[in-house]
Design a protein around this ligand. Structure first.
Ligand code: URA
Length: 247
């Protein structure tokens, strides 16, 4: 773990007390209009008492539908093994998305479940997904220098001095004015490199290799901060506690 990436207490989860119809709509159960019908038909209880007003304010954790607690009422934080061929955009015109892997109800949440940073369509590996907007901002901010480890295979043997070039902090990507922050590169084989980045520019790994004369053939993210994929297969995810990034 990069010592610059300081863990610190972080307010997490949606703890807000709000209208029952809003809670159910925000958690992807139904529309607010439908939620009103559910309340009128007696499907909803708050702290054990039948709710009779959809405008009644409640804490999401206190609400049951047909006797069942709500689905992740405080929020979601997921660690996904992103397979190749899926995009991180929500725009389905760009092709199948990582969100297609999730249960429909999670896809209907508001705030939406979104990725913390992005991986290209043809990059696999560790991707975090959450509906916690402040967490997205915090973990993608270059200020926080969260280390991310990628493994790239390239089309030619890598020069031994490439580690120095990546570490120097003066590598300019095509079309950019600010050089990349220093990055760590370790050779795992003549054409295989492990690269640790603390920023997340567009296509950054591919463009760093392009700027130094090689083409990335495959790219996989192994780690994000202190997290790795564990035994997850492509397309599988595991849930993380919402305070996974707190002190
Ligand atoms: N760098 C890339 O080039 N692509 C990714 O998906 C992530 C980092």
């Amino acid at each position: 773990m990069n010592k610059d990436f300081a863990f610190r207490p972080f307010f997490h989860g949606d703890q807000r007390v709000r209208r029952i119809d809003q809670i159910l709509a925000n958690l992807g159960y139904c529309s607010r209009r439908e939620a009103r019908g559910w309340v009128e038909k007696g499907h909803v209880t708050v702290r054990g008492a039948l709710a009779d007003d959809p405008g009644q304010k409640a804490h999401p954790s206190d609400v049951l539908v047909d006797g069942e607690p709500l689905d992740h009422p405080e929020g979601l934080l997921l660690l996904l093994h992103k397979p190749l061929g899926l995009v991180c955009s929500h725009d389905i015109r760009e092709g199948p998305t990582v969100y297609d892997l999730l249960p429909v109800r999670w896809r209907q949440r508001n705030p939406v479940v979104t990725s913390i940073g992005r991986l290209d369509k043809e990059t696999s590996g560790l991707l975090l997904l959450t509906d916690q907007t402040p967490l997205v901002h915090r973990l993608t901010s270059p200020k926080h220098k969260v280390p991310k480890i990628y493994v790239a295979t390239v089309d030619r043997d890598l020069a031994p001095d490439l580690a120095g070039v990546f570490a120097a902090g003066n590598l300019l990507l095509e079309g950019e004015k600010e050089p990349c922050a220093p990055a760590e590169l370790r050779l795992r084989g003549p054409r295989v490199a492990e690269v640790t980045l603390t920023e997340g520019r567009y296509h950054q790994v591919r463009r760093m290799f392009a700027a130094t004369g090689s083409t990335v053939l495959t790219l996989h993210r192994e780690r994000f901060g202190g997290l790795d994929l564990g035994g997850l297969n492509p397309g599988q995810w595991r849930e993380l506690p919402l305070d996974a990034f707190s002190a």
